[in-house]
Design a protein around this ligand. Structure first.
Ligand code: BG6
Length: 510
């Protein structure tokens, strides 16, 4: 990895504290940071380097996946950091920043490669990118990169405008748009799993698959983000980005190796092949939901409209379920059902692939047979399960289900941010959202935004702590399917029912 300077805008903010410092620290422990490395944290607060470092150390103690107990390692890590006061609107602050960066590059012997990480609100992205260009910070003999967080626009037009602005200062190859779902280890393994398992390759198409279900359910409500969330909703907050990215990663038939160009191409193909959703069809293919009061893990919780900062007449969506179809030779005719929501029964991100059911064609005596399922548990736990039918013990003719697979609990899984920051530092954009994908995602979603805005789609209430509105179940029932694992709190619990313990070994595929 090249020596470089990591210039962090928003260094005193929440994301930096919770995610970025812990991720850098874990990369450091794994020997995945360059030896010649410098981080310059930027913020408006008049902090000294010492105050900054003390804050970073505190964040490691609170949020690092691995304990920051080795004082020597922590000190060595903190040695990378310096703080610089910067008001993002003030031109002269960028000049002094340039001086600071250049000085550190010289004294520490760090090559002039610069990664600008914008851990700030999206309303500041354009200003900062323009100042980076104007001040000369971006005119370096080494490389420069821009890392930004979502949201990338609010609709198709604003995303296009925004991209045009950023493109004045950075090329597409230099822009790394974070979608933290792409950093989740299981999402990153989808590619490898397809490539290394002929059995998956052979069955990864409409000949064997009946439907695909992608769920990201959360138990949390709107939390302290009313101001943002009430203008965003599940559609903008989760669906347009995280959920469609999961779809692309799953359906993309991704190539071998680290060829980010190829990955971009395959993902783009999925989005281009998605059957467009017409505005008049939104009400039948999309379910819009909002949580009412209910209970989460036995505790009563209020409904969305009674959350602090949410207007009583809010029509905002906290849940969405949609049916999508990909028009290509692999997937033609296979429904993809995608849903995401807040205040649902469990916290789980999971993909279930339901295979066609040959058992139905066997004799009626085959009680208990059920479709084969391939399940990817993405987070908070990680696992892959295959559900097969086998002979039951009691009566020879009966079938029983066995689940084979492997499972890892949430705590020993590397954080998405570790993977993504590592890739950005290496310049590998395979697991970032490329402009084509972002644009095509907004394009697909735009009729839903329009239909919601015109209130053409019913808003279904669902009790907090449920699996979402009844209408989301009907969406599948119309096609003769149902959401898997809604009756049980976790897919993994089915293993116990089937009497076959899961292997507790960590996945050995990496
Ligand atoms: C964020 C959304 O992008 O993802 C949040 O803004 C959501 O509303 C979060 O809670 C979910 O992420 P994860 O990794 O917990 O599934």
């Amino acid at each position: 990895m090249d020596a470089n300077t990591f210039v962090l805008f928003g260094a005193t903010g929440d994301l930096a504290k919770r995610k970025i410092y812990p991720a850098l620290f874990n990369l450091f422990l794994d020997g995945k940071l360059p030896v010649d490395f410098s981080v310059i944290g930027l913020g408006r607060r008049e902090w000294s380097d010492e105050t900054f470092k003390a804050n970073i150390e505190r964040s490691l103690h609170s949020f690092s996946r691995r304990k920051a107990s080795d004082a020597e390692a922590v000190n060595q890590f903190l040695g990378f950091f310096g703080y610089h006061v910067l008001n993002v609107d003030r031109k002269e602050d960028y000049q002094s920043l340039l001086q600071r960066v250049a000085e550190r590059e010289q004294t520490l012997g760090v090559a002039p490669n610069r990664l600008f990480y914008l851990s700030v609100g999206p309303e500041l992205f354009e200003t900062i990118a323009a100042h980076i260009e104007e001040s000369g910070l971006g005119e370096t003999k080494g490389w420069k990169r821009l890392v930004i967080e979502k949201p990338f626009g609010r609709d198709l037009q604003s995303a296009r405008d925004f991209n045009a602005q950023l493109s004045k200062a950075f090329t597409e190859e230099e822009i790394f748009r974070i979608d933290h779902y792409l950093g989740k280890p299981m999402v990153q393994k989808l590619q490898l799993l397809q490539q290394t398992n002929p059995v998956l390759q052979a069955s990864w198409n409409n000949r064997y698959i009946a439907n695909v279900q992608i769920t990201a359910s959360e138990t949390v409500g709107v939390e302290e983000r009313a101001g943002y969330y009430d203008h965003s909703g599940a559609l903008r907050d989760m669906f347009q980005n995280h959920m469609l990215q999961l779809l692309m990663m799953l359906a993309g038939h991704l190539p071998k190796g680290d060829d980010s160009e190829q990955v971009r191409y395959k993902k783009k193909h999925v989005m281009q092949s998605l059957e467009p959703l017409l505005r008049q069809d939104v009400a039948t293919q999309v379910v819009r939901g909002q949580y009412a009061s209910g209970s989460i893990q036995g505790k009563p919780v209020v409904g969305y409209k009674d959350e602090a900062g949410i207007p009583q007449d809010s029509h905002n969506d906290t849940f969405i379920a949609a049916k999508l179809q990909i028009e290509d030779d692999f997937w033609r005719g296979i429904p993809f059902y995608i849903r995401t929501g807040k205040r649902m029964k469990e916290k789980a991100t999971r993909i279930v692939i339901e295979f066609r059911e040959p058992v139905k064609q066997l004799s009626a005596a085959n009680n208990g047979g059920a479709p084969n399922l391939l399940v990817f548990e993405i987070s908070p736990n990680e696992g892959i399960y295959l559900r097969l039918n086998t002979e039951g013990e009691a009566q020879q003719q009966d079938l029983t289900k066995v689940l084979i697979g492997s499972h890892k609990s949430g705590s020993d899984v590397p954080e998405a941010y570790e993977n993504l920051i590592y890739d950005a530092l290496r310049g590998d954009s395979s697991f970032f959202a490329h402009w084509d994908e972002v644009e095509l995602s907004w394009k697909w979603v735009q009729p839903i935004l329009d239909a919601y805005a015109a209130n053409e789609v019913p808003l279904h209430e669902y009790p907090a702590g449920s699996f979402g509105p009844q209408a989301a179940h009907e969406l599948l029932a119309k096609d003769g399917f149902e959401w898997w694992f809604d009756q049980e709190s976790e897919a993994a619990s089915e293993a116990t029912n089937a009497g076959t313990p899961l292997t507790q070994e960590p996945l050995s595929i990496k």
